[in-house]
Design a protein around this ligand. Structure first.
Ligand code: F6P
Length: 543
């Protein structure tokens, strides 16, 4: 299966196009009335994750054709090649084998015929040893004080995963306080360092390439902050460690290679949470909890690899997303965790999904003739209800939603949790079924208000329910969405593992930076808008 052009020629695609035509006017109300049992039928529970997908604009036939589409597109073979360590990242000639990072010892994962499991477990053992030392106080700072604060310096995939997971697993943290700095805006570093004692602070510099502007600027400034207090270059060895694939650049920065935690080019940045990029998380929650998260991921990897498509959580989520993106012209997809601790989960998924599948040519470079990744966005409920849910209920756009909730709270507080989940379920119900004008009238709504107080309904959502937000469950959620993104990329014929689209802006900034900083007025050679903005900036900056 090479390209999306072929996707649209598959018999299942043609059947879906016809079914879509006949679906106009078949509302979720009508579908539930026709088939009262669909709530049980369009639900699947795997590994403690309960997915309810009954509130979608599908019937049994649409689902069957979507599953056929997956079969006809050669998805099974693509999954096998992915797990087989083939160079699925074709433009860079690399495998994408993050599944090896969480597999147990003895599992068989190889890249280019070379077993990678020994390397994976060697680095995990190094991370575990270091975490135990630091958490126990055996690892001391330059002046002999134990480390109480960790600052993770990284951006994109070297930040969003561990940042999201540290926030999500707040209740399991019993190690040093961990802060995250990503932005090259000095405000980010300043806010994180405010109140910290350099003698008790460790910096984890995370960068796959170790060439990323933001991370290196922050690392340099952090080193200056540290040395200005501790006075001695030798302090770097006790206060800086690195996570990278680039040992030469790490050494060039002045970090002892013994303090480097390695990962490999077959781990994509946005797929790197289960690599050494998770070191700050391990420092916060400890190696055992960290292993539980990896085990959760591994369990979903195995499920994804082996389950039939009709029972396969990532495949189902992917097909439903594709149905809305390609057949209903949905441009965005909202992720709405009813868990404050999943505050950063939508931001994490933004990179995962949009950097992977935000592409319009296929692996062979041919244009893709259907819409690909939607704009992914979201905020925790119930907060979002008091902000943007108005648009979800009565706006002019179709926004498919994923609701995520848990049966038990990590912070039981009177009846809060039941109210939280009451709202979660209520929102999916309101979105699906709405309220007709007749119903509003029967409630005594005055005629002049009826158009404003009717709810069209028929707004689709998935609900993912689990028992509790713990390390294993978080791992399962992460792997679930990773593989959902894989499936969509595979069907669209994309290379989900490169990100050339970020390069142009980086290159232009490299040119503009020196022009902004030059002592003398520069002859600028950009377009008139950019020239004008730069001149204004320079004038205000010097004034
Ligand atoms: O700019 C995009 C990107 O390359 C992401 O793909 C990556 O996660 C991020 O930058 C950080 O890269 P690195 O880990 O090499 O610093």
């Amino acid at each position: 299966m090479g390209s999306a052009a072929r996707l649209t020629e598959l018999p299942a695609w043609r059947a879906l196009t016809e079914l879509r035509g006949g679906f106009e006017g078949r509302t979720l109300r009508a579908l539930f009335a026709e088939d009262p049992g669909r709530g049980e039928r369009f639900a699947v529970e795997v590994l403690g994750l309960h997915l309810d997908y009954a509130k979608n604009r599908i019937d049994a036939e649409v689902l069957a054709r979507l599953l056929e589409l997956a079969e006809q597109s050669g998805l099974r073979g693509q999954i096998d090649r992915f797990f087989g360590g083939e160079a699925v990242n074709t433009s860079e000639g690399r495998a994408a084998l993050h599944m090896a990072l969480r597999a147990p010892r003895g599992a068989a994962f190889a890249v280019g015929g070379r077993d990678v499991m020994e390397d994976v477990h060697r680095v995990l053992a190094q991370m575990t040893g270091f975490s135990e030392q630091l958490r126990s106080g055996a690892w001391r700072g330059h002046t002999g004080q134990p480390i109480r604060h960790v600052v993770n310096l990284g951006i994109g995939g070297s930040d969003l995963g561990p940042r999201m997971a540290c926030r999500a697993l707040r209740s399991f943290a019993d190690g040093p306080q961990v802060a995250f700095v990503a932005n090259v805006d000095g405000a980010d570093l300043a806010a994180a360092l405010d109140g910290l004692d350099p003698a008790e602070t460790l910096f984890v510099v995370c960068s796959k390439t170790f060439t990323t502007l933001e991370t290196l600027r922050n690392a340099r400034s952090a080193r200056a902050w540290c040395l200005s207090a501790l006075g001695d270059e030798a302090a770097v060895a006790r206060h800086f460690v690195a996570v990278s694939t680039n040992a030469a650049e790490v050494a060039g920065f002045g970090i002892d290679p013994a303090n480097m935690f390695e990962f490999w080019d077959w781990v994509g940045g946005r797929y790197s949470l289960s690599s050494a990029i998770g070191l700050s998380l391990m420092l916060a929650i400890g190696p055992e909890r960290h292993r539980e998260m990896l085990d959760g991921m591994h369990a979903v990897d195995e499920h994804f690899r082996s389950a039939s498509f009709g029972e396969n959580l990532p495949v189902l989520l992917a097909l439903l997303g594709l149905w809305y993106a390609d057949f209903w012209a949905a441009e965005t997809h909202a992720v709405l965790p009813y868990a404050q601790d999943l505050e950063r989960f939508p931001a994490y998924l933004q990179q995962l999904d949009m950097e992977s599948n935000g592409k319009s040519v296929d692996r062979d470079g041919a244009p893709v003739d259907v819409p690909t990744a939607p704009v992914v966005w979201g905020e925790p409920g119930t907060n979002g209800q008091h902000a943007f849910f108005q648009l979800l209920h009565q706006g002019s756009r179709l926004v498919p939603c994923d609701f995520i909730g848990f049966a038990r709270s990590n912070d039981e507080c009177e009846d809060h949790h039941d109210w939280l989940m009451a709202n979660c379920f209520a929102q999916t119900e309101a979105l699906a079924f709405g309220k007709t004008e007749d119903e509003a009238r029967a409630e005594g709504v005055p005629p002049s208000q009826l158009p404003h107080r009717r709810f069209p309904g028929n707004r689709p959502s998935n609900t993912l329910l689990a028992e509790r937000l713990d390390p294993a469950t978080l791992g399962k959620l992460v792997a679930l969405y990773e593989h959902k993104v894989f499936v969509q990329g595979a069907l669209w014929g994309l290379n989900s593992f490169d990100q050339w689209g970020v390069e142009l802006g980086k290159a232009l900034a490299t040119r503009i930076g020196p022009e902004l900083r030059a002592a003398d007025e520069q002859a600028l050679d950009h377009d008139s808008s950019t020239n004008n903005l730069m001149r204004r900036y320079r004038r205000w900056r010097s004034g």
